[in-house]
Write a protein that binds this ligand. Sequence first.
Ligand SMILES: *Cc1c(COP(=O)(O)O)cnc(C)c1O
Length: 396
Amino acid sequence: MNNTNKRMETIVIHHGYDVGWHFGSLSVPIFQTSTFTFATAEQGEARFAGREDGYIYSRLANPTVRVLEEKMARLEGGEAALAFSSGMAAVSAVLFALTKANDHIICSQGVYGCTFGLLQLLKKKYHVSHDFCAMETEEEIRRLIRPETVCIYVETPINPTMKLIDLQMVVKVAKEHGITVVVDNTFCSPYLQRPLELGCDIVVHSATKYIGGHGDVIAGIAVGKKEWMEEIAKTTQKDIGGVLSPFAAWLLLRGLKTLPVRMDRHCDNAEKIAKRLKAHPLVERVNYPADSDSRDYPIYRKQMKRGGGLISFEVKGTKRDAQRFLNHLQLIQIAVSLGDTETLIQHPATMTHSVVPEEARIKMGISDQLIRLSVGLEAWEDIWDDLEQAFCLLAR
Ligand SMILES: *Cc1c(COP(=O)(O)O)cnc(C)c1O
């Protein structure tokens, strides 16, 4: 089907697959096979030599996974995509492919806890160093650039503080020095933000979150130029081997079909909850990108379509009060992860960011009272009722 001019709502459903390929099957078949047979020894030779297209072995490529990769590339506006067994498999495959010993990475001040862990590992074992940077100004980034700097790694909105980084500003500085810009787009999904269209080079996703959307699969995606994706496919993806299974790919394809519908509802609900949290006497501060009072609002207007489903807020009091608040909730589940149909809540200081040393954690803006809420698809009134009764019990 020619869908070059189609809109995102149509692309998520139709792109990358033609029902004519497999007996008219409406749903993409799950090719649950480890390997693919060759008709002759010569055909095997031709496939290995790259002279003939075709599948060889599912760690190298699989037809179900391929449909997902085609779709994700199109949604992010990139040339090619690769699917991985987890978000961290995608992040690590990209960073290992981009760096060699003595190279240097500049990373946003505030990243996913395990990305922080991976940067420590790269430094300790492979002498790939890094600096964290708030990236509020061009100057701040320029000051950290060295001849060995090969990559600027950005999360925006930053987990869990919801601070935003101006991607066009980062790209401007990076381009002056030929540095590759990698963006973790997990919190937005391509429906809300498309970094490649702003000039960034590689997008990574924890597809576990909004791409899957139903809390039933762990997966990762990387998207970028064909040349780089091919390089990653035949090096760090193939030889480290964190590939996605066909069934997991199918779950993501199923989840993706409703991405725009889900994202709009996540945003509707989160806007209403953020507004009420802001007005609550037991809340110290609320971080939500679409809040027009937020310091980063001008950046939000430049690069995001809507505010997304994540809110973080500080309760008045201590770490103990934050934990008590979580314990009072009934509908909302205490769990890490995000982007699911269920509303989830967690305490970053003791959960997702507990691996970050206290001093670095405070510098990232993650206090003991900070709570992260992933607003789900339930009726917003029910979500709010639950939060409100927990506040009432906290006040007692
Ligand atoms: C969850 C997450 C990751 C890691 O993804 P996994 O699928 O859990 O490996 C990376 N970045 C962000 C922003 C995340 O939320």
